[in-house]
Structures are given as C-alpha cells and as structure tokens.
Design a binder for this molecule. Structure first.
Ligand code: NAD
Length: 495
C-alpha cells in the first residue's frame, strides 16, 4: 500500500477501483439492461467507481445459478470436512488480500482504515475459521419408537439463501450470513446495500480464488426496493437472511410470510448504557464514547441512550463534553482517525434534523457537537450529546443512526431498568457497576439480545447476537445460527 505524508502523519492513498460487474454462476457479467450506478466516497463526495445496476432479469439468472448449484452441484453433497477446507482457504485468501479489503471497505463506507483492518476484515477472517470448524460437526440423534421402529433425526441445508444486507458493516454483516450458510451446504444470492456494494464484489473474487464452486455464491447489485422485494417473493429462494432497518424488515417479513418462506431479521436498535452510582466512571465514560461514536454512530448496536445515576449526571456529562472534541475526526485513510464521515449526505441530514428537533421542538440542550463539519467535501458530523430530554423525546425513542447520544438521569435500579426497556427496540444494553448481584439482577430484566457489563460491543463469532422486540427475529453467530440455515428431517425405519 503506498503512503503519502500529510501534516506529519502517514496517510494511506485511496484505492483505484475499476468498474465492477455482477457475479452470477461463477462469471462476471454486465446487467442485462446495461445500466450502471455510481459509488460515492463518503469522505470526499466524489465518485469512486461504478457498479452494474442489476434488475429482475439478472436476479432471475442469479437464482437459477444458485438453484442449479444447490440441486445438482457438489456443494450440498460434499462432506462437511471438504467444505471446511474450502472455508479455511477463504480465510487464508482474505488474510493475504487484507490491504485490498481494508482499502475497499474504507473508501466505500468512510470507515477509518484502522477499524476496517482490526475489526471488519479480521472479524470476517475469524468467522470463516469458526464456521469451518462448525462445518465438521454434523450431529443428529437417534430415537427408539414404541412398536419397534427406529428413527434418526438430522439437519439438512435449506437450499438457496437470499442475503440482503445494509450499508454500515458491509463485510461483517454479509459474511455473518454467508459463512454459516456455506458451512451448512446452502447456496446464496447476495444483494448488498446500494450505497456500499464493493466489498461484496471483492469477496466474490476471493470465493472463486478459494475454490468455492461456481453458482454457490452469486452477487447482484441494484436497488433494494426492486431486487430485495423480488428476492423475498421468489419461489426459487428458500430463505431470506436480512439485516437492515425495522421499517424495511417489516416489509420483508410480510412478503416472505406470504410466500411461506422463513426470514431472519436483524433490525434497528436504540440501546442503553446504564451507569450505576458504584461504577468505575472513567471506564464507563470510555465505553459510552466508543459505544456511540463507533462507525460514526451508524451501528445497529450503538449505545445511543445514556442512563446515569442522578448523583453522577453532571460529572459524566462534563467528562463527555471534555473528551469528545479531542477524538480524532477526519480522513478515514489517516491511521490516527477514530471518527470518519457518515456514509451519505442523506444519513448526515438525518442527524442534523434530529439536532434541529432537539433545539427547536423539544427545547433540549446540545451539550456538545450538533454540527456538520466541512472537510474535503465529505459527509462529516460532530459526535453530539443531548441533555434535558424527556423519555418521550423523539431523540430518545427513535433510531437516528448517527453519532447522537441522549442523557437521562435515574433515581433507582427499577427506574433504570424501566427506562432501558422503554423503546420498541431490544438489541443490546450495557451496564456499569461493581456489584455482581446487580449485574445478574439487571441483566436478567433487560429486554435485549446481548448485554455488555463494564464494556460495549465485545463481539465474537462464537457469541450469538440479535434482537428482542422490534430489533428482529433470529440470531447471528455462535452455533445457534446454524439452526436458521438448516431444517430437520426425521427418518423412521419400521421394525
Ligand atoms: P435499509 O433497511 O434501508 O436497507 C437494508 C437492505 O435492504 C439494503 O440492501 C436495501 O437495498 C434493501 N432493501 C431496501 N428496500 C427493500 C425492500 N422493499 N425489500 C427488500 N429489501 C430492501 O437499511 P440500511 O439503511 O442499509 O441500514 C441501516 C439499518 O440497518 C439501521 O436501521 C440499523 O439499525 C440496521 N442494522 C441492523 C443490524 C442488526 O444486526 N440488527 C446491523 C446493522 C444494521
């Protein structure tokens, strides 16, 4: 990777990315319509490259390729051990092509290169290693049936999986689905987010290089309202694995339900950090900052509601106000950068609008931040803390998907739990306390799929995550996810 010197620190160059095609049946093809779509660098607002704008005819071809690979190909029939070897090769090729993956993810999403490397790419390598191990565990069970019949019960792959993924963690949230789906012998049609399609196309190259047979993974880029909707309806797709907003997830669930197709849904969040009076304040404030500014707040598990014991309220707000302006914000290709731009002008406008609502409609206080930053034409927005909000505030109840934190005080443990559980969402929660009894008591009452204690966002391929309530249905990661990519078959043998 070449480097240039800028203001004393080594800033990486942005990659040159050639125009990209669709990946269908192991071949790179133009959209049948010939249409293309520009991909924008969020840190400059400039065009990075173009991708083919797939349509329904391209989706048809991709489903046919995935169907053929599942129904007639080797993938579902080979042993788990053979699939595991190929998945390990995916991890190896990713490791070798790490720089390319890092640059692609950073230029597409505006993600600081430091995080693309140590979080996004590394996590996906570990996913493939983890699910290579899981691919080899093919267990079933045996039952004695009264009358002398004997039954064995096993799991089989579902078939063709339609993966529909969001813009914010393109690599991780796609491969959270692809790795377990592949490990269990399914084939895939993947539609990445329109804003950030580039790493999915690079992964298609990596799959081919690693020896995944043609037709097993197909990538079609194009509009979600057309392709995602058609995938949920398509009789050739056996299951939908969706990550995105609650609003679109609800549509996908309706359409897939009509087609009697299973759908797992990883949706929005409005997660709470709770700081109790006995917490290690410095550590808690560090977790809160990381929990809401990471990926510029475009993080389903972002901890965007801070609930703090009343006696600590002012000190904690003061600590946030002091610390946030010091966080390095700017060019994602500078290894020192912690906060990059938002993915698009539209996402930034949403954060700006919520700050306007806070100031003008709700008469709340913006304690720090609240402004866009004009830098290099990128979509930058300051990390923002809003105080003086009621629990009914739109800023407290609605997912903003930007770096905007609200702060509320509480007077008792029961009130903290009630506030934490008071939105429609239930993805994650964090609690900060030194009291182990309180950890057990509070964690068991929080309606969220993952609870972090004295930390935020410790994630691992072995640990399931997913939402309660409007944050979704199903889980990703861990062995738990495998049941969502397989179905149970009982074979009963008469005596
Ligand atoms: P989005 O819902 O706008 O889009 C998600 C995907 O759905 C994209 O690929 C899009 O093209 C596609 N799509 C659009 N319309 C569709 C339709 N009618 N039918 C089928 N698919 C359609 O979400 P986004 O803006 O890309 O991502 C942000 C949202 O995703 C936030 O709400 C965030 O909380 C959520 N998210 C959840 C998780 C999780 O694990 N729970 C993780 C990341 C993001």
């Amino acid at each position: 990777m070449s480097k240039s010197e800028s203001q004393g620190s080594a800033v990486l160059d942005r990659p040159q990315i050639a125009p990209r095609l669709l990946f269908i049946g192991g071949r790179w093809v133009e959209a049948q319509s010939g249409k293309r779509r520009e991909v924008i660098d969020p840190s400059t607002g400039r065009v990075i490259t173009t991708v083919a704008e797939g349509g329904l005819a391209d989706l048809e071809a991709a489903v046919a390729a995935a169907r053929k690979a599942f129904d007639q190909g080797d993938w579902a029939r080979m042993s788990g051990r053979e699939r595991a070897r190929i998945l390990l090769r995916v991890a190896e090729v990713m490791r070798r092509r790490t720089d390319e993956l890092v640059q692609t993810e950073s230029v597409d999403v505006g993600k600081p290169v430091t995080f693309s490397r140590v979080v996004d790419v590394q996590t996906v390598i570990e996913e493939y290693e983890y699910y290579a191990a899981q691919a080899q565990v093919r267990e079933g069970s045996f039952r004695e049936v009264p009358g002398g019949a004997k039954a064995y019960v096993c799991r089989e792959p579902l078939g063709v999986i339609g993966a529909i993924t969001p813009f914010n963690f393109p690599l991780i949230l796609s491969n959270n689905k692809l790795a377990p789906a592949l490990a269990t012998g399914n084939t895939i049609v993947h539609k990445p987010a329109s804003e950030t399609p580039l790493s999915a196309l690079l992964m298609a190259e990596i799959f081919a290089e690693a020896g995944i047979p043609e037709g097993v993974v197909n990538v079609v880029t194009g509009p979600g309202s057309l392709l995602g909707d058609a995938m949920a309806r398509h009789p050739g797709i056996d299951k939908i694995a969706f990550t995105g907003s609650t609003e679109i997830g609800r549509e996908v669930a309706k359409v897939a339900g009509e087609a009697l197709k299973p759908a797992t849904l990883e949706l929005g969040g409005k997660s709470a950090h709770i700081i109790f009076e006995d917490a290690d304040i410095e550590r808690a404030v560090g977790s809160v900052i990381q929990g809401f500014i990471f990926n510029t707040g475009q993080f389903c598990m972002a901890g965007t509601r801070l609930l703090v014991a009343r006696p600590l309220h002012d000190a904690v707000v003061q600590a946030l106000v002091g610390a946030l302006p010091q966080v390095p914000l700017g060019n994602p290709f500078d290894p020192a950068t912690v906060v990059g731009p938002m993915v698009s002008a539209k996402q930034r406008a949403t954060s700006e609008e919520y700050c306007r609502i806070a100031r003008e409609d709700e008469k709340a206080t913006i304690a720090v931040g609240g402004q866009r930053i004009d830098l290099d034409g990128g979509f930058y927005f300051q990390p923002t803390v809003v105080t003086g909000v009621s629990n009914a505030s739109r800023l407290v109840q609605e997912e903003i998907f930007g770096p905007v934190l609200t702060v509320q005080a509480f007077d008792s443990e029961a009130e903290a739990v009630a506030l934490a559980n008071s939105t429609v969402y239930g993805l994650a929660a964090g609690l900060h306390t030194r009291d182990i009894g309180r950890v057990h008591r509070v964690a068991s009452q929080l309606k969220a799929g993952i609870i972090w204690v004295n930390s935020w966002a410790i994630l691992d391929p072995s640990v399931p995550f997913g939402g309660y309530k409007a944050s979704g249905f199903g889980r990703e990661n861990g062995p738990e996810v495998l049941s969502y990519y397989t179905q149970v078959k009982s074979t009963v043998i008469a005596p």
